[in-house]
Design a protein around this ligand. Structure first.
Ligand SMILES: Cc1cc2nc3c(=O)[nH]c(=O)nc-3n(C[C@H](O)[C@H](O)[C@H](O)COP(=O)(O)OP(=O)(O)OC[C@H]3O[C@@H](n4cnc5c(N)ncnc54)[C@H](O)[C@@H]3O)c2cc1C
Length: 535
């Protein structure tokens, strides 16, 4: 009998397990795949060629998690991306956004002196507003309809954080949480180049073209601090690929006593009288525990692993309504030579030749999303390319290169045909787009792995291929994540918690939902809630 079982060894499940073990609980992680990490993994895509097959940049991993779980001692090393991003434009220009602000301003000045000045003012404003949101990241959202003393205490504490905020800042915050990125940029900037730089950075993985309400929120999310030095707007290449984060979390957990089993898919979470009692594996093995934490997404957890009759009808209805449905894909390449992006200055170092986003304008992005939202694969794609081997040459044999290509805006449900029929169509379109900017790529491909939204679902267990376990729109965030009334990691089943990206504060490689869910479970544990109950 375990104290705790964590269903799923994604980075959040591993984070939760390590904190539970640190809190004294005998903890077991069960992962369906043969490796841990979920969508934070490094995998071989050709002999000797390792790629971050799904997530590829570490920007929001919580510094507290890095420190608490001693991830550096377990081999985690990140190198800041510099440029933080870099856009390749169609006419052969490459525009970097340098990590150092003075350098970024100097670059922006080449495109518009006004915008360079505006950037400093707006960046200060955004960083200040992001700091209001920062403390919410590592704690459960307050219960809005709190009846208990502690619930009122939470609301009071949260209210106090905003006591010095001005009317103007509240208006700015509301506009950023609800408004569109496109309108924000049009209001503040004049240069289309500079607006496109912001675009490249800010609607990542979400539904919606840049003019859709709710897309401005990314401006704040990307300024939450990340990396071991707690820098706002941090972007990092992880040495050894993203899997090194999960490996460090697993090693830290094992040292604290966590047991990890891979190739162990859970078929059902065992519940009786609305209490979690353990799990039943697909091979029929029953494993008992006093509490269960699910790292699987909310739809997979509640619609696949628990009989509907065990859950309140309105809860099931709300879970069914979570917006997921894609909208991203990934193409990973092993190449016989380094991609040469036209317009890259000869002075660029290998690290500076690592990150290229291909998206020419806001209008292009808006049209691309419109096409995808009606079930089409856009002819002209938005692609984010990372030549990871330029940041870390241990990923591939000498002379060989790894390029991962994230595709923004493809549908989960195709209007015509299936993803099994259209997988290579997508792969071909990605390569064709890249060839317009780096013409040597098509003839240097050694291996190509195309991951459609359906592959993300089948292989990585992401329902409807959604990379965040639920779209990051305002109505699915804070006290509404995963659904209203259940944002504090507890669920209608006593002793069952949600610890993955579907819980607050959401997706991305942060470790935050895992950390927060474990703290909540430990608080409940210490109150003696599960001593006799589940046995
Ligand atoms: C293509 C892609 C690109 C991305 N790029 C970035 C990026 O660059 N930067 C960034 O910060 N984020 C990125 N993300 C998002 C980020 O990777 C995820 O939001 C985050 O990793 C989710 O972590 P998690 O631990 O909550 O869930 P997951 O990583 O989804 O882990 C859940 C785990 O549960 C397991 N599981 C599910 N069901 C069962 C079961 N029945 N039994 C046992 N195990 C089960 C799964 O196999 C999986 O290992 C990207 C994601 C994708 C897919």
């Amino acid at each position: 009998m375990y104290d705790a079982i964590v269903v799923g060894g994604g980075h959040n499940g591993l984070t939760a397990a390590a904190y539970l073990a640190r809190g004294g609980l005998k903890t077991l992680v069960l992962e369906r795949r043969e490796i841990v990490g979920g969508c934070c993994v490094t995998e071989e895509i050709a002999p000797g060629c390792k790629a971050s097959t799904t997530s590829y940049i570490a920007s929001m991993l919580r510094p507290e998690v890095i420190k608490d779980l001693k991830l550096a001692e377990h081999g985690l090393r990140m190198v800041p991306c510099d440029p933080a991003i870099q856009v390749a434009f169609p006419e052969g220009r490459v525009v970097p956004w340098w990590a150092d602000r003075e350098r970024a301003v100097a670059e922006f000045r080449k495109h518009s002196a006004n915008d360079a000045e505006t950037f400093v003012r707006v960046d200060d404003q955004l960083k200040k507003l992001a700091r209001y949101l920062q403390p919410f990241f590592l704690e459960p959202p307050p219960e809005i309809d709190a009846r208990s003393v502690s619930g009122w205490g939470d609301l009071f504490r949260v209210g106090k954080r905003f006591r010095n905020i001005s009317n103007v800042e509240i208006a700015q915050l509301v506009a950023l949480l609800t408004g569109s990125l496109g309108e924000f940029l049009d209001r503040n900037y004049e240069s289309e180049t500079i607006k496109t730089m912001f675009l490249a950075n800010n609607v990542y993985g979400k539904h919606g073209g840049p003019y859709q309400p709710g897309t401005a929120i990314g401006l704040l999310f990307h300024l939450l601090s990340g990396g071991e030095h707690e820098l706002q707007g941090f972007y990092g290449h992880v040495m050894g690929g993203m899997g090194a984060i999960s490996e460090a979390l697993a090693a830290s957990g094992r040292k604290l006593g966590v047991e990890i089993r891979t190739s162990a898919p859970v078929a059902r979470i065992d519940t009786r009288n609305e209490n979690a009692r353990g799990v039943i594996l697909e091979d029929g093995t029953e494993i008992r525990a006093r509490i269960v934490l699910s790292n699987a997404d909310p739809k997979r957890t509640f619609l696949k692993m628990i009989p509907e009759s065990e859950l309140p009808a309105e809860f099931v209805h709300a879970i069914r309504g979570i917006k997921m449905a894609g909208p991203c894909a990934k193409v990973n390449l092993a190449l016989s030579e380094e991609p040469r992006f036209t317009g890259t200055p000869a002075s660029h170092t290998p690290l500076e030749r690592t990150f290229y986003t291909i998206v020419p304008s806001l209008e292009f992005a808006e049209r691309c999303y419109d096409f995808a939202k009606f079930g089409g694969i856009p002819e002209e794609l938005w692609v984010d390319c990372v030549i990871a081997s330029n940041a870390d040459d241990t990923l591939a044999p000498a002379g060989t290169h790894i390029m991962t290509c994230f595709v923004q805006y493809v549908p989960y449900k195709l209007r015509e045909g299936t993803w099994d029929e259209k997988r290579e169509v997508l792969g071909d379109r990605v390569i064709r787009k890249i060839a317009e900017y780096a013409p040597n790529v098509p003839n240097s491909i050694i291996a190509r792995q195309v991951l459609t939204p359906l592959d993300l679902e089948r292989t990585y267990g992401l329902t409807e291929g959604n990379i965040f376990h639920g779209d990051l729109t305002l109505e699915q965030l804070f006290f509404m994540r995963p659904v209203a009334g259940w944002s504090q990691y507890r669920t209608p089943i006593e002793g069952l918690y949600l610890c993955g990206a579907g819980a607050h504060p959401g997706g991305g490689v942060t470790g935050a939902p895992g950390h927060n869910a474990a703290q909540q479970a430990l608080r409940d544990w210490k109150k003696g809630r599960f001593k006799a109950g589940a046995a």
